[in-house]
Design a protein around this ligand. Structure first.
Ligand SMILES: [Zn+2]
Length: 299
């Protein structure tokens, strides 16, 4: 028989994880929006220096300027920055000019909170902390790639090194050897596919960011995840591509040639597949609390 006292602390723990996820999701929104702009400023300055021109000074970073409305540029009140609640109170509109606020903000906060809660059901201790960090990086990379078709080195490389450090004792991958082989294999498999595709078609099938992202994913999960992650990611990518083609074919009155010109980023599917793999691979080793919780209706 399950003692409800044992369940209660875990429920409180999960609620706290959800709140933590909401707060971190709010910060991830800042990274998702600002990092590509910061990189663009940097690349423009690099080009200016190479052309012998003066670089422009920019004080735009993750902290400055403070959160503001993109339409009226007024600073958002502190209370409106409270994850999810701020959006709900404002009914998705700017406090000053009533311009619509992107639904992406509460979605990222909700998603981060939800994934933190799921992680809390499967993992505990140091492993849970590592998975929460991994989820945060993956969410950033997924949304940045979806919006901008880039997977910045500023995120993929730290994720890779953190994965190897985290697996010094093989906490997630089984051994450090599995993680190192995974990182190398992840990079070279996609690198080979990229060059094979380029030699045959003279086109770029994907970007170098994809190689680094898969290397980082396998530095965390080990080389064993290579086939499941790339398989799931490819299936998800194909399903998404077919949906895009069908919806575009309807819009363009059956012009399949135009519909096939679509480019889709691979990073979001790699990220999603890696999270599915981590949760599915560990689903049979789920916490005693989860097993007990699922058995509750039979008591
Ligand atoms: Zn406004």
């Amino acid at each position: 028989m399950i003692d409800s006292i044992e369940i209660l602390p875990h429920l409180v723990f999960e609620i706290l994880l959800f709140i933590l996820g909401g707060v971190i999701g709010s910060f991830l929104n800042v990274v998702i929006y600002r990092l590509p702009i910061m990189l663009q400023h940097k690349w423009e300055n690099d080009c200016a220096i190479l052309s012998g021109n003066e670089p422009t000074k920019s004080s735009f970073n993750l902290m400055y300027p403070r959160s503001h409305c993109r339409d009226c540029l007024k600073k958002i009140p502190e209370w409106a920055n409270i994850p999810l609640i701020g959006f709900l109170i404002l009914k998705g509109k700017c406090y000053f000019c009533k311009a619509k606020i992107s639904k992406c903000y509460p979605f990222v906060e909700l998603l981060t909170g939800g994934l933190f809660v799921i992680a809390g059901c499967y993992f505990s201790g140091v492993l849970l902390l590592g998975i929460l960090l991994y989820i945060s990086f993956v969410i950033c990379l997924v949304f940045i790639d979806y919006d901008n078709f880039i997977l910045p080195d500023e995120l993929t490389l730290p994720l890779l090194w953190l994965g190897l450090l985290f697996n010094i004792h093989g906490v997630l991958s089984g051994s450090l050897e599995n993680a190192v082989i995974g990182a190398a294999l992840g990079y070279f498999v996609l690198w080979s596919i990229y060059w094979g595709f380029k030699l045959i078609t003279k086109k770029d099938g994907m970007g170098y960011g994809d190689f680094k992202f898969l290397a980082a994913i396998l530095a965390w999960s080990g080389y064993q995840a290579l086939i499941p992650v790339t398989f799931i990611a490819s299936i998800l990518g194909i399903i998404y591509f077919v949906i895009i083609i069908i919806s575009d074919k309807i819009k363009t009155s059956g012009n399949i040639k135009n519909a096939l010109q679509h480019h889709i980023p691979f990073g979001p599917f790699l990220g999603l597949a890696s999270l599915l793999f981590i949760f599915l691979a560990h689903s049979f080793e789920s916490s005693a609390w989860l097993k007990d919780f699922l058995e509750l209706p039979n008591l």
